[in-house]
Design a protein around this ligand. Structure first.
Ligand SMILES: Cc1cc2nc3c(=O)[nH]c(=O)nc-3n(C[C@H](O)[C@H](O)[C@H](O)COP(=O)(O)OP(=O)(O)OC[C@H]3O[C@@H](n4cnc5c(N)ncnc54)[C@H](O)[C@@H]3O)c2cc1C
Length: 481
């Protein structure tokens, strides 16, 4: 073995030891260091927040413990990728660098791409896939499903090899996890009451309880916010931070499908694992989606913002009890089910007619599971700006009646409505003690419908939509005419 070579495994969102390709290959020569790059500027980036940092803290603590069983440990480099490169270049060591690819916000992509490009001139840079997302020359929308299946069916990577040398040379200015947590996380003010715990053990627990009992009725219960809390898998933050591998979950699921009593529910879950990567693929293919609508003509729709309306929306003070209850729930727990996320976004984009670019980061900050590829694509879908999905304007009053007929959820989240009459609650006709309605929901929806369909009917719109479909559309669906 060439002993003056060190293998550096760089962690970003692959915070696990099981089925972690970069860690596995980086460990084979048994002379490796594990480095998490904490860039404060990234953590102030689009959609990032303190609650996500708290989840990260759990993940790093557990990862460090697990690495110690391999005679290794986690080191933290505090700074951006360019600063990291300068630290590498200051000494004459030969490094082999190992990464798992991440589709992330523009700030990260730019840093990471520049780093891997200049680093490749002096070091051996190895980049592995995470998820079923096609990168660079691999990208071929027509082959996407086949590619996804082949990624998910690959052999699970073994536990990494133990380190032979764990003496950390001082040539890199890394700090210990304990020091890092003291200076970067412990001093942060908690902005929430109760979020899910991070780490692989928590993810494994969720997976096993989901398969054995919680998935019973998943396909119905996922729609209402009370049932969904227990009956959805709740794996989303774990996929977002990489504490469990999607391939591992998929292979376990296939096995479970052979004998489970809840096969129909599990088939719905399986579809969603595809969606996870399908949505991330859009941002991977077109990183500018962070800033621009998928259909270019849609960026002219909502040209100005009203910060007072946005503030009332994101604080859960719109005067619509069910919507407010959903937002307050999300603020407290950092998670809410898909349908309610779609309704919250639809209200901001259609009823309040606010540009999604302004509302998207505020909503993302509330999600512990913020995954830019999914979030940004979903935000655009629920705002009617993709050109390839039929616009859907959710009625907050109908959702209130359908999802919470007894107003149990509403009363739990807004205790001041405990003795309010049910009809008043569902019709958002609360006389006292409650914010007035921020808009007329019927008039605002009619306005939005007219504006959206006006723009959609031109030939130019349809031609651009065809291009969007070719780049991003699922090939399972009917072709756009
Ligand atoms: C406006 C909006 C923003 C969203 N932002 C995010 C986000 O930042 N991060 C995120 O993970 N999900 C996001 N979603 C999708 C979805 O709401 C969550 O994935 C889901 O609620 C997570 O809970 P779960 O893990 O219990 O899901 P389950 O129902 O148990 O599904 C299992 C997994 O499938 C994937 N999945 C499920 N539904 C979807 C979907 N509609 N699109 C893509 N993947 C899906 C997720 O990885 C999820 O963990 C967003 C949806 C909307 C409408």
């Amino acid at each position: 073995m060439d002993s003056d070579q060190t293998d550096l495994i760089i962690f970003h969102k692959n915070l696990r030891i099981k089925d972690n390709e970069s860690l596995y290959y980086g460990s084979l020569r048994q002379n490796y260091r594990c480095i998490y790059i904490f860039d404060p500027k990234y953590w102030r980036g689009n959609g990032k927040s303190v609650r996500q940092l708290y989840f990260l803290k759990d993940c790093l603590l557990e990862l460090d413990c697990n690495l110690k069983t391999l005679n290794s440990k986690l080191e933290i480099f505090r700074g951006d990728y360019f600063e990291f490169y300068k630290s590498l270049a200051k000494n004459s060591n030969k490094y082999n660098l190992y990464f798992n690819h991440t589709t992330d916000i523009n700030y990260y992509n730019t840093q990471y791409c520049k780093f891997t490009k200049i680093a490749a001139e002096c070091y051996n840079v190895n980049i592995f896939s995470d998820f079923g997302v096609q990168r660079g020359a691999e990208t071929n929308r027509n082959q996407w499903s086949k590619f996804w299946e082949s990624q998910m069916n690959q052999k699970i990577h073994d536990i990494p090899m133990p380190n032979k040398y764990n003496k950390i040379k001082k040539e890199l200015p890394t700090i210990s996890l304990d020091t890092f947590l003291k200076i970067s996380v412990d001093t942060c003010e908690k902005d929430f009451l109760e979020i899910q715990p991070g780490g692989t053990a928590a993810a494994e627990y969720l997976l096993s309880t989901f398969f054995t009992e919680r998935c019973n009725g998943y396909r119905f219960k996922m729609s209402n916010p009370l049932d969904a809390r227990d009956h959805c898998s709740r794996l989303s933050p774990h996929f977002a931070f990489g504490t469990i591998s999607m391939r591992y979950v998929y292979q376990k699921l296939k096995n479970e499908l052979l004998n489970s009593n809840y096969r129909i529910d599990l088939h719905s879950f399986k579809k969603r694992l595809h969606w996870h990567c399908h949505f991330i693929q859009k941002l991977e293919t077109e990183p500018n989606l962070e800033f621009n609508s998928m259909h270019s003509m849609c960026d002219t729709l909502r040209s100005s913002e009203n910060s007072e309306l946005i503030e009332r929306w994101i604080m859960g003070e719109t005067g619509f009890p069910f919507l407010d209850a959903c937002i307050r729930h999300l603020r407290k727990y950092g998670w809410i089910n898909f349908r309610m996320r779609a309704m919250i976004m639809s209200f901001a984009s259609y009823n309040l007619w606010q540009p999604w670019q302004k509302t998207s980061p505020l909503l993302a900050q509330l999600f512990v599971d913020y995954e830019p590829g999914i979030h940004i694509s979903q935000v655009q879908m629920q705002s009617g700006v993709t050109g390839i999905n039929l616009p859907r304007i959710y009625s907050v009053l109908k959702q209130s009646m359908d999802q919470d007929p007894e107003a149990l959820f509403i009363k739990k989240e807004i205790p001041q409505l405990e003795y309010e009459n049910l009809d008043n609650i569902h019709n958002a006709e609360i006389k006292s003690k409650y914010p007035g309605k921020v808009i007329d929901h019927k008039l605002s929806a009619a306005f939005a419908r007219k504006e959206i369909w006006n723009i959609r009917k031109s030939e130019q719109f349809k031609n651009i939509a065809k291009q969007v479909y070719l780049m991003h559309g699922s090939r399972f669906r009917r072709r756009i005419k």
